[in-house]
Design a protein around this ligand. Structure first.
Ligand code: XMP
Length: 318
């Protein structure tokens, strides 16, 4: 019989047997899978686990600092690397979604490789790959692990990719990962987080990305997500977020005509992200959220709600 406790016990032993006294490097994303993998490895090998958490500048508002603090509080040996500027530079002028994804993936690998080189004698790369990732081979929802697999460059692998691989979650499903995480004492709020794409807000800012657009979208997203939490709606939704559209529209503020950005809010129900239905959020909630966004976020004068299901629409707009 599968239980989270026996899984933890067996996996910890298996990791110890496999890696012995070797050093292991792991990329943390702030997501459930990489976090649970890290805590398991930490239990097995302690300070021989070196975690790297990269800020690509496309995370949610304040997310980098707050998640980094959380990781440190969990006793993980983690290094936070703020590479926001490097990602923004790599993205400058890019409008095509796939080119943006490639630029983000490539930059992630460069940053991770630079950091991995600063560690000496590392023998293993740990990843939070879960069973659905193994079947699909490229994860739809994963963070760094998915990025690493799907975007490695053709002209020879970065050095960290030549490391031996350890993937403690590769035989289990997401709900089991959450149960393992709970057994390990990980904060339920962290375990209940919505999926968030590796390229982050980079694929929710339609068209080219600038620091100013990231700032606007972070503000909008924070109002929406905090509102969902306040209204007790967050856990009823599988994934939610906001898109910054490359559209200006006319509005009026006091006596002034405005010509500013439009944002789309999206909230979906799903089990695996392969299909999804838009969520019938209460009108009162939408009304309050829209007002708050327009009043508080400079540069936005219109809010729309996405009522498209997948298929044919995808969850992300890019
Ligand atoms: P779509 O937009 O394809 O999204 O309906 C399905 C799920 O996958 C996530 N997603 C991504 N995750 N890198 C990721 O790590 C990506 O490039 C990417 N694109 C979409 C999306 O957030 C949703 O959970």
């Amino acid at each position: 019989d599968w239980t989270p406790d026996s899984f933890v016990e067996e996996t910890v032993e298996a990791i110890q047997e496999k890696v012995g006294n070797d050093k292991v490097v792991l990329g943390l994303s702030g997501g459930v899978d990489s976090t649970v993998a890290a805590v398991l490895l930490n239990k097995a090998i302690g300070k021989n686990l070196y975690c790297i958490f990269v800020n690509n500048g496309l995370l949610r508002k304040n997310e980098f600092q707050s998640v980094l603090n959380q990781y440190e509080g969990m006793g993980l040996n983690v290094k936070g690397v703020d590479a926001s500027e490097r990602f923004l530079a790599a993205l400058a002028g890019l409008e095509d979604p796939e080119l943006k994804r490639k630029a983000i993936g490539k930059t992630f690998i460069e940053v991770f490789d630079d950091e991995a080189h600063k560690l000496t004698d590392v023998k293993w790369l740990a990843q939070g790959t879960i069973y659905p990732d193994v079947i699909e081979s490229v994860s739809a929802t994963g963070g760094p692990s998915a990025t690493i697999k799907s975007h490695h460059n053709v002209g020879g692998l970065p050095d960290f990719m030549k490391l031996k691989i350890v993937e403690p979650l590769r035989a289990i499903f997401k709900d089991e990962v959450r149960r393992v995480g709970a057994t390990l004492g990980i904060d339920p709020e962290l375990l209940g987080r919505h999926p968030f794409p590796g390229p982050g807000l980079g694929i929710r800012i339609l068209g080219d990305i600038t620091a100013e657009k990231v700032r606007i979208l972070q503000e909008v997203d924070a109002i929406f997500i905090n509102g969902l939490k306040e209204w007790g709606l967050y856990d009823k939704v599988w994934q939610a977020g906001a898109m910054l559209l490359p559209v200006n529209s006319v509005g009026v503020m006091g006596d002034e005509r405005t010509y500013e950005k439009c944002v789309a809010l999206r909230a979906v129900e799903s089990t695996d992200g392969m299909t999804a239905d838009w969520v019938n959020l209460p009108y009162e909630f939408l009304q309050k959220t829209s007002n708050e966004i327009i009043n508080k976020v400079k540069g936005v004068n219109r809010v729309v709600y996405d009522i498209s299901s997948k298929p044919p629409a995808t969850i992300e707009w890019e």
